[in-house]
Design a protein around this ligand. Structure first.
Ligand SMILES: Cc1cc2nc3c(=O)[nH]c(=O)nc-3n(C[C@H](O)[C@H](O)[C@H](O)COP(=O)(O)OP(=O)(O)OC[C@H]3O[C@@H](n4cnc5c(N)ncnc54)[C@H](O)[C@@H]3O)c2cc1C
Ligand code: FES
Length: 285
């Protein structure tokens, strides 16, 4: 007879309980953003999908949702790109190698990379959106044979605000990726393209829309203009995947802080198809 003593119950973990992560190294990316390489102290891997996030917990300070910017194909460490804006992020910027923080996650749905296999992948990233996009980009590069054409369009406000410069140089020298970069406000030294990210569409080759998945990550203002370009190229609504940002608290669908109609961005998102977003008119306001 099965009793409560003999029944094997799956191990349940308190979703509010963070795991400890140790900072391995950190480097400045711009004046406001730093890259952090962490390793979970319990010896586990985070096991995330590109597009998921963690709730970073600084004891006595607070929590903040931060996207994982590394690919799950890159071993036991995970990376975060953090813009210093307030309490939690400023505290993170003061951390040095060897110090520990708490993280909950991975949280959110992330991008379904399996569904994109065999397809052309077109990533459009604006500003800090390159952080979660980097997880997608490195994943596709590491699993390159599984995908068809790979195009990445990235727009930053100014040359000084360009993120992941070393990665951009490395990616640009790979034949496996067509990377186009632009800045809104060029300076005297800038020799690249200028203008908003949608201008880069003019330099894209013709893509078969029925075999193309688009990944869109950036500030809300960018979405509508990018989606117009994608629709003009015939990319179906359910092949356009957008990552949304909403203010969050619990990150696990309990507090309602991130709710848009019936959807919780923290669990039903942050990735939504354009098809779904059309039913959430306040999604990008
Ligand atoms: C799913 C998700 C992924 C994210 N990924 C990243 C990431 O990879 N890197 C990163 O640097 N940031 C990311 N953010 C944003 C980050 O969570 C906020 O900037 C965070 O609140 C900062 O915490 P803080 O305590 O330092 O600042 P706070 O003290 O909370 O706020 C500082 C300032 O930022 C404003 N603010 C805070 N949160 C938001 C928000 N969501 N939208 C608009 N304004 C806001 C506040 O009004 C205030 O002016 C993400 C947010 C979400 C929801
Ligand atoms: S942040 Fe609490 S429900 Fe989404």
């Amino acid at each position: 007879m099965t009793t409560l003593d003999t029944l094997e119950l799956p191990e349940t973990k308190d979703p509010y309980e963070p795991v400890v992560a140790r900072l391995i190294e950190t480097e400045p990316l711009t004046e406001l953003e730093r890259l952090f390489v962490f390793e979970p102290s319990d010896g586990q891997v985070l096991g995330h999908r590109p597009g998921q996030f963690v709730q970073v917990w600084i004891p006595g300070v607070g929590e903040a949702p931060i996207s994982i910017c590394s690919s799950p194909t890159r071993g036991r460490t995970f990376e975060l790109c953090v813009r210093r804006v307030g309490e939690v992020t400023s505290h993170l910027h003061r951390l040095t190698a060897g110090e520990e923080i708490g993280v909950r996650g991975p949280l959110g749905n992330g991008f379904d990379m399996t569904a994109m296999q065999g397809q052309n992948v077109l990533v459009i990233a604006g500003g800090l959106g390159l952080a979660p996009a980097r997880s997608v980009i490195e994943y596709v590069l590491d699993e390159r044979a599984r995908f068809d054409e790979f195009h990445v369009l990235y727009g930053a406000r100014s040359p000084a605000e360009i993120l992941f410069r070393h990665d951009l140089i490395r990616w640009r020298h790979r034949e496996a990726i067509n990377l186009l970069v632009t800045v809104d406000r060029p300076d005297e030294q800038w020799r690249g393209r200028s203008g908003v990210v949608t201008k880069l569409f003019a330099d894209l080759p013709r893509l078969n829309p029925e075999r193309t998945c688009a990944v869109v990550i950036g500030p809300p203002v960018m979405f509508k203009f990018v989606v117009v370009e994608l629709l003009a190229r015939g990319i179906p609504h359910d092949r356009i995947f957008c990552s949304l940002e909403r203010r969050m608290r619990c990150g696990i669908g309990k507090c309602g802080h991130c709710q848009i109609n019936a959807d919780y961005v923290c669990v039903d998102g942050p990735v939504f198809t354009y098809e779904r977003m059309r039913e959430l008119p306040e999604a990008v306001t």
